[in-house]
Design a protein around this ligand. Structure first.
Ligand code: SF4
Ligand code: SF4
Length: 316
């Protein structure tokens, strides 16, 4: 199992991308927020992060999709800050950079974290909420490669991406894992003040699919390359979910690997927002699975029956 970034390093492509990405930080337009702040001078834009990446925690994680976890876990690195800042975020303190949650890391330290995760046997490096720290991730890779890093890189994002920044990741990222959250402008505005979310996520999905294609899983059941889409069900949002499934089937691929997630629970500001203070019902989850299948999507994450079973037990 080898990361694509190894070839990019050999050909000099990685170094070119590091320079381009570093330049982006001077007047940051890494994501659709286009804040234009000088992050190299320590200024912080909407995502709340300056020149150095900040990490909340890292370690082997067994709660991700089975194709990422294998038997040794997915090597997650939880970055602080976020370019989307959803009002319901399940990691609210981390994404909103609450005091005491985050530690700044330079490229040597970030490379060290990657190598530590690989040494623990993790099947991949799972970059959680990476969109606003792409230059810092790229800068860490040469150090990590010289230390022996070779496992796939997973780009685990909220789907609010700039295609230009995704171009910087071409030939570097092995697995893209966007969470497609909203389809209607009113939802994206209410939850994340991102009226252009649908257009950005459509453009991003097309670019990710172009770069890596459908998810490819090896003989041991572990993903090595491709696109894995997540969709967090929102309370009362079945119509929106259905529109997302339809888009995936018609414009991305009927073989698109999809994890429909039912673990929404109100956090942060969502606790006091009407309609968002609820959880997902078993019926809504079942209807979403049916809708995905009816729209022709065939590669649904295998955890679905177990989660449903657990939910039914809890509700009994
Ligand atoms: S990465 Fe952060 S600073 Fe840069 S444009 Fe996005 S939100 Fe703004
Ligand atoms: S994109 Fe993910 S990490 Fe960022 S605020 Fe939304 S739910 Fe939280």
């Amino acid at each position: 199992m080898t990361g694509r970034y190894l070839d990019a390093e050999k050909t000099g492509l990685l170094q070119e991308k590091i320079i381009q990405a570093e330049n982006e930080l001077a007047e940051c337009t890494l994501c659709p927020r286009k804040c234009g702040v000088d992050r190299r001078a320590g200024k912080r834009g909407y995502c709340g992060i300056g020149g150095l990446a900040e990490v909340a925690s890292y370690g082997p994680h067994f709660g991700e999709e089975s194709v990422l976890v294998g038997d040794k876990g997915s090597g997650t690195i939880f970055f602080c800050g976020c370019n989307l800042l959803c009002c319901f975020c399940q990691n609210y303190e981390i994404s909103h950079c609450s005091e005491g949650e985050c530690t700044s890391v330079n490229e040597y330290e970030l490379a060290g974290i990657m190598l530590e995760l690989q040494a623990k046997g993790c099947h991949n490096i799972n970059l959680v909420t990476p969109s606003h720290v792409v230059p810092q991730i790229l800068a860490a890779l040469p150090r990590a490669i010289s230390g022996g890093l070779h496992i796939p890189l997973v780009y685990n994002c909220g789907g609010y991406e700039s295609v230009e920044t995704l171009h910087l990741l071409e030939g570097i990222v092995d697995i893209y894992m966007p969470d497609v959250k909203f389809w209607y402008e009113e939802s994206a505005v209410q939850c994340a003040e991102a009226p252009d979310y649908r257009q950005r996520v459509q453009d991003g999905l097309l670019e990710m699919q172009r770069q890596v294609g459908d998810l490819w899983v090896n003989s041991e059941g572990v993903a090595e390359r491709g696109l894995l889409v997540r969709h967090l069900l929102m309370p009362g949002g079945l119509e929106e979910s259905t529109a997302i499934f339809k888009y995936l089937a018609e414009h991305i691929s009927k073989n698109c690997y999809l994890n429909i997630m039912d673990q929404y629970r109100p956090c942060g500001e969502a606790l006091v927002i009407s309609g968002l203070e609820k959880t997902i019902t078993v019926e809504q989850y079942q209807q979403a699975i049916t809708s995905a299948k009816e729209n022709g999507l065939t590669q649904l994450d295998k955890r679905e029956p177990l989660l449903l079973y657990e939910k039914l037990i809890i509700q009994e």
